[in-house]
Design a protein around this ligand. Structure first.
Ligand code: GDP
Length: 444
């Protein structure tokens, strides 16, 4: 979702850093390009205008042309203003005042309500150790109740059964009584959507909200709807009290504009983003980290949280140890890393969270994918124990033997050996950048 904007910003800032000196003229030019990039990313015009005018004011106030590193200074200002648009801090869920806390999810059909509610339940259960109950009030599509039941089971969360002969108000009243009686911490209510906002749907969710007084009412918005998101948001937000948003399908090839516009226009926070169909592809929305991602500065913290959930402590210890002994990085170490990376999930997604500065990262970024990892694994399996320990041994005859054994051509093996050197260099770079310290943090 943020990829296009990241690429645009990266080009703009690269150009800027190549200019020795900043003048009023090239600041203006940069801001015009930033404005263009945001408009092309579908950010609402009013938001863009506000953004560039704030940046201009900050530039004048700080007279950045005179600064020691003017390019960096301008990037810093752009970063601060982007965070301002997205909301300075992440607003966590308000879970302290109700018992059980009730969270209601609203939105249009197909936007990802049911999937998101289960993902949220799973996250709250696993990270906050909460006892969660899920219920559906979608009496219009029998398959919707079943879908929630199936997903709840998959996520190992309790499901409160409802049926299409009941009224939504009746369902939520009973579910709340049950949740209180059985000492659940959180009741999550899934509601019915329509293909378009209509009065009947809004009235229904508003009535449920009045009756049950949820502490949080989250509106789910599919990132793929583009500019239309603002109309949908306004329709819900003016008729009922929305406490925040969940943006789904951010893994799609859509423009980042809605994320930037929604918060600014409604002043309501984006609380979570969903980035895939699997139940783990769901994150707390941290404006600061997203802005870093947009500006090509990577998102190591989200990456580490991701890794933390999926890799066991023992292997992280081994990884930290391997990185520490940088000069001894062998094919055996690579094999362990490949197997770990495959456990974490989609490699491209993970690499997207790494900082994009530096040529080594660029090489890795563009050249690594699942298929390549599979090939590397096959090649390593065709090596002898000695060759795995001493990569420099792999020449002429040995290379031919490995090609035969793995069924992969010599040319490809050559290119993969080159990639290995890139990875080795990246490992060294990471070490210098202090990742081993961060990785140690995971062990706690
Ligand atoms: P609802 O009608 O609003 O409850 O929507 P669903 O939860 O049934 O989701 C509609 C479709 O979108 C399903 O096929 C989901 O698997 C898919 N979906 C939901 N969230 C995401 C996401 O973040 N990324 C992708 N790629 N698909 C998603």
């Amino acid at each position: 979702m943020f990829k296009n904007l990241t690429e645009r910003f990266s080009k703009i800032f690269n150009k800027l850093s190549n200019q020795g000196k900043l003048t009023e003229k090239n600041i203006k030019e940069t801001l015009r390009e930033v404005e263009q990039a945001l408009l092309e990313a579908d950010v609402a015009l009013s938001v863009v205008q506000n953004f560039t005018s704030s940046i201009s004011k900050s530039c004048i106030g700080k007279s950045i042309e005179k600064s020691f590193t003017p390019g960096q200074e301008l990037i810093k200002i752009v970063k601060q203003e982007l965070i301002e648009i997205l909301g300075k801090e992440n607003n966590h869920l308000n879970l302290s005042t109700q018992n059980p806390s009730v969270i209601m999810i609203v939105g249009l059909q197909g936007h990802g309500k049911t999937t998101s509610i289960v993902k949220l339940g799973k996250m709250l259960k696993n990270t906050k150790n909460k006892k969660i109950l899920l219920v559906s009030t979608d009496i219009y599509r029998p398959a919707a109740i079943k879908q929630l039941e199936v997903l709840s089971k998959k996520a190992k969360i309790d499901f409160y059964p409802s049926n299409i002969d009941q009224k939504p108000i009746q369902i939520v009243t009973k579910a709340l009584e049950f949740a209180a009686l059985k000492l659940y911490d959180i009741l999550l209510i899934d509601t019915a959507g329509r293909l378009h906002t209509d009065k009947y749907m809004i009235d229904e969710v508003t009535n449920i909200q009045k009756k049950i007084q949820p502490i949080e009412t989250l509106l789910v918005i599919d990132a793929m709807v583009g500019q239309d998101a603002i109309n949908i948001v306004n329709n819900f937000n003016t008729n009922m009290s929305i406490t925040g948003f969940i943006i789904t399908k951010t893994d799609s090839d859509t423009r980042a504009g809605i994320a930037l516009s929604m918060r600014f226009i409604t002043k309501k926070p984006i609380k979570f983003i969903s980035h895939g169909e699997s139940l783990n592809e769901f994150e707390i929305f941290h404006p600061n980290r997203i802005v870093n991602r947009i500006l090509g500065m990577g998102d190591m913290l989200s990456l580490i949280e991701n890794i933390k959930n999926k890799i066991n402590k023992e292997n992280i210890k081994k990884f930290t140890h391997t990185i520490k002994s940088q000069n001894k990085f062998s094919y055996n170490d690579l094999l362990v890393q490949i197997q770990q990376i495959k456990k974490i999930g989609n490699v491209t997604k993970i690499l997207n969270k790494l900082p994009k500065t530096g040529t080594i990262f660029k090489n890795i970024q563009y050249n690594i994918n699942e298929q390549l990892l599979f090939k590397m694994e096959t090649i390593i399996h065709s090596m002898t124990i000695e060759e795995r320990k001493k990569p420099e041994l792999i020449k002429g005859l040995r290379k031919r033997r490995i090609a035969k054994g793995s069924g992969i051509s010599i040319q490809e093996i050559n290119s993969l050996l080159k990639q290995f050197n890139n990875i080795k260099m990246m490992v060294n770079t990471i070490k210098k950048g202090g990742i081993s310290k961060m990785m140690k943090g995971i062990n706690k």
